[in-house]
Design a protein around this ligand. Structure first.
Ligand SMILES: *[C@@H]1O[C@H](CO)[C@@H](O)[C@H](O)[C@H]1NC(C)=O
Ligand SMILES: *[C@@H]1O[C@H](CO)[C@@H](O)[C@H](O)[C@H]1NC(C)=O
Length: 408
């Protein structure tokens, strides 16, 4: 506790230098966002320093800071039983609603937390709070997957952990153990967790060894592609906290185990240049000039290179792997997907990843609810509790749970 308080003070002092940044007037509670952003940026600077001094990996420092405030033991309450268990070698935290015990089978959501495939935990206070609330509000069973993170593991391990845990849970014997209705299971996640949820949902639809299929997928400001770092939302929000373009590019490189020196080529789209024929098919699937509505496109111009940097795709072919970038899936796969909820935020570089997926799913005949927040910023849904309370955090969480409740 003393450590947390000390760290908090230190971070606050360091942050004082960084606090003021100009923000769009339409963003929810700008001054709070500035404080949040300054703290996060302070930690990132510390991380860079430690990394350059050879003291620790950059991501390890970030994760230490994120987790030292927020790790919780599995605490059951009157209405929710919480347990940390293994699902086929993958740790999960299960939240089981216990109020109104009935013989009726319960509904269930498999939840994948966000954090750039590198940060966060199912045991973090914010995610524990979210899953607890979902279990309670919906009288449901929530399975929050504690998949392994970068830099300890890289793609496809994060994806595989989620896949393995999901498949294990969908086994009829396991569903019976938790009194879950096999026809009413959803998968969901935010940010990188939305990426993993979308990828697992696609691959499960193709897996003939799984008899129980998912009823819904719900993706909260998901990351879905890494071939275009200059979509209108990447261009528009390049200076908006808390997810800046270079950090997103870095998360991708940490996930796919690519050279960190590739950040600059990624940011100018050198890795998906026209002459790189292996990317041609994939590029067409995220052509935002045809996939986005005009109020998102505004006057932004596509950034397309001719020659670019061929070494990126040669060394990191996973940029084209649909399990890493679910937006690249073929229409034939999208057609197999269940009813979908996608939430996007205006002040988020990833707004267009989610919005393009909405359009592609609709074109494939999938029923989609697109919830867009004009005052939302990346990550806002987990900022609904003290000390990081935002009104848009509460609103997004309420509407998300309401949609699940009405559709699952
Ligand atoms: C994207 O779509 C536009 C309009 O439909 C088209 O002119 C352009 O050639 C497409 N670009 C790619 C890379 O497919
Ligand atoms: C992008 O590729 C071009 C070659 O097409 C090269 O001249 C330029 O330096 C590259 N930019 C970056 C940031 O790597």
């Amino acid at each position: 506790m003393k450590l947390a308080v000390g760290l908090c003070l230190l971070l606050t002092l360091l942050s004082a230098y960084y606090i003021y940044i100009p923000l769009p007037s339409t963003v929810s509670e700008p001054w709070k966002l500035m404080l949040l952003d300054a703290t996060f940026r302070g930690v990132q600077h510390l991380g860079h320093l430690a990394h350059h001094l050879g003291l620790s990996h950059y991501i390890t420092v970030l994760n230490f800071a994120v987790m030292s405030f927020e790790i919780l033991a599995p605490l059951s309450s009157e209405n929710v039983r919480v347990s940390d268990v293994m699902f086929d070698k993958v740790l999960v935290r299960v939240f089981e609603a216990t109020k109104l015990p009935s013989k009726d089978l319960k509904r269930s959501v498999i939840y994948i937390h966000g954090g750039g495939w590198a940060l966060g935990s199912a045991r973090m206070r914010s995610y524990d709070h979210l899953c607890r609330k979902m279990a309670e509000d919906m009288n449901a069973v929530i399975v929050s997957v504690e998949y392994r993170l970068a830099p300890d593991v890289h793609f496809p391990e994060q994806y595989t952990d989620v896949y393995v845990a999901t498949k294990y849970f969908l086994h009829p014997n396991v569903l019976v153990r938790y009194s879950v209705d096999p026809d009413r299971v959803a998968i969901s996640g935010d940010s990188a967790g939305g990426n993993l949820a979308a990828a697992v949902c696609q691959q499960l639809a193709l897996d003939h060894s799984v008899s129980n299929k998912l009823k819904l997928q719900a993706l909260i400001y998901p990351v879905l592609q890494a071939l275009d770092f200059n979509t209108p939302s990447y261009q528009q929000n390049r200076d908006v906290p808390i997810l800046y373009r270079p950090l997103m590019a870095r998360f991708w490189l940490e996930y796919l185990n690519g050279d960190i020196g590739f950040i600059q080529p990624l940011l100018v789209n050198n890795h998906s240049a026209l002459e790189l024929s292996q990317a041609t098919m994939s590029r067409a699937k995220l052509n935002w000039t045809s996939l986005l509505p005009s109020n998102f496109k505004k006057n932004y111009k596509p950034v397309v290179q001719t020659i670019g940097t061929p070494r990126v795709l040669e060394e990191v072919p996973a940029f084209l792997d649909v399990r890493a970038a679910p937006l690249l899936a073929d229409k034939g796969v999208l057609q197999l997907l269940p009813k979908t909820y996608i939430m996007t935020c205006e002040h988020d570089v990833l707004r267009d990843d989610g919005t393009m997926y909405v359009k592609r799913l609709e074109e494939a005949g999938v029923q989609v609810t697109h919830d867009h927040y004009d005052d939302g910023f990346h990550g806002c849904m987990i900022f609904g509790i003290w000390p990081t309370y935002f009104s848009v955090g509460v609103r997004t969480m309420t509407n998300y749970i309401k949609w699940l409740d009405q559709n699952l």
